[in-house]
Write a protein that binds this ligand. Structure first.
Ligand code: FE2
Length: 381
């Protein structure tokens, strides 16, 4: 299977050469999900994904209308939020979309400037710069809208040394399952509606100063039944990468269309998290009940031919059903969970990069056939 990635031949430093970075991003600060039951979701992410209890906000901390649990594993922070009352925007979000990502928060040196620069370039404001403080210092946050009802919050926290941010207290728990080796967010993928991919790629280019590093069309990513198109947008230092998918015409309904139908619009499709040892991470997660996409045995038949020499034992990868792909710079190992929420919407990817900076294009076909099997089971193909 070919893995030619012509658009990657120029590195990020070349793409951004000479460009002034008006929106410097230090990394992903946190990802906030609006969920139906934050307490139980938190238990799931601790038990199944090895996240650690970090912070809590709710009635006990003076917050009257919602609870938020903050979980952490290495550099990854998840915030799980549930309203405590009927009505209101959080309930509306959950009612419409089911559990899903509301906020992709980005860590910035200056949240006021981030808001000014992006809104001046056409971003719709979600939240004007707001300073929150307590005994441990202050945090400034601001926010803009992106695809669907998803939000980017800019977080400036260089003058804060408390737990998470003002309004939260340390979450002490007697239940602390071991981490599974998840390190940081490698990329987060958005699904957008028919014909909307370019619009949102232009948004990231114009409003946030990102550049397109890769594109796939329906000739790259199609099976007998379904197709999609995708472009990957990256910021200047490569720490933030947002692939944007849109459905393409196929004989049957694509997984992107299925997502859009069930999520009722555009939203975050998957969160890809990096590990240094994918075999250990995936096997720990399986033991703890995480369901991964089925990979057929015949995927491994011509793997050596496709990816060449790799450090890992192919039999071991086969026994753990881990996918491999190679590009010009190296290879990567990856695997995808089944949706982690009730609707067939959001899932996670576990990824270990061995030089490759691409996204596993050579695996898409095998993967989509596996997803189609799941769709057929759901009667949504
Ligand atoms: Fe991915």
């Amino acid at each position: 299977m070919a893995t030619g990635l012509k658009d990657v031949e120029y590195g990020l430093d070349k793409i951004f050469d000479g460009a002034e970075d008006f929106l410097p991003l230090l990394g992903t600060d946190y990802v906030e999900l609006y969920v139906g039951n934050a307490k139980q979701s938190a238990h799931f992410y601790k038990t199944a994904f090895g996240f650690q209890s970090e912070a809590y906000a709710g009635l006990e901390t003076g917050v009257k209308d919602r609870v938020s649990y903050v979980l952490r594993q290495d550099k990854i922070r998840l915030v799980l939020t549930t309203p405590l009352d009927a009505g209101g925007p959080i309930n509306e979000h959950i009612n419409k979309h089911g559990d899903g990502v509301k906020v992709v928060a980005l860590w910035v040196p200056d949240a006021t400037k981030a808001w000014q620069e992006t809104t001046a370039r056409g971003a719709k404001s979600f939240m004007e710069p707001q300073r929150e403080e307590d005994d441990h210092g202050y945090v400034v946050r601001s926010g803009i809208h992106t695809y669907g009802e998803t939000i980017h919050i800019f977080v400036e926290r260089n003058e804060y040394n408390g737990v998470f941010m003002p309004g939260y207290q340390k979450w002490e728990s007697h239940y602390n399952p071991e981490p599974v080796g998840l390190k940081f967010i490698d990329h987060m993928v958005g699904n957008v509606g028919w014909g909307e991919m370019n619009k949102w790629c232009e948004f990231y280019a114009k409003v946030m100063g990102f550049a397109q590093i890769i594109s796939f069309d329906d000739k790259d990513i199609s099976t007998e039944y379904t197709a999609l198109m995708s472009k990957v947008m990256s910021n200047g230092n490569g720490r933030i990468k947002f692939p944007i998918n849109e459905p393409a015409e196929g004989r049957k309904k694509s997984q992107i269309e299925e997502y859009i139908d069930f999520y009722k619009g555009a939203g975050v499709q998957h969160i890809a998290v990096a590990t240094n040892d994918i075999v250990a991470t995936v096997s720990a997660m399986r033991d703890r009940g995480v369901e991964f996409l089925y990979v057929p045995d015949n995927y491994y038949d011509d793997l050596a031919e496709r990816v060449g020499v790799i450090d890992e034992d192919m039999e071991l990868l086969k026994s753990h059903k881990i996918l491999v792909d190679r590009d010009d710079e190296g290879y990567l190992l990856q695997l995808f969970t089944k949706p982690v929420v009730d609707r067939p919407t959001m899932f996670f990817e576990i990824i270990q990069r061995k030089g490759a900076q691409s996204f596993g294009k050579g695996n898409f076909k095998a993967l989509f056939e596996s997803i189609e099997r799941e769709q057929a089971n759901r009667g949504t193909l």
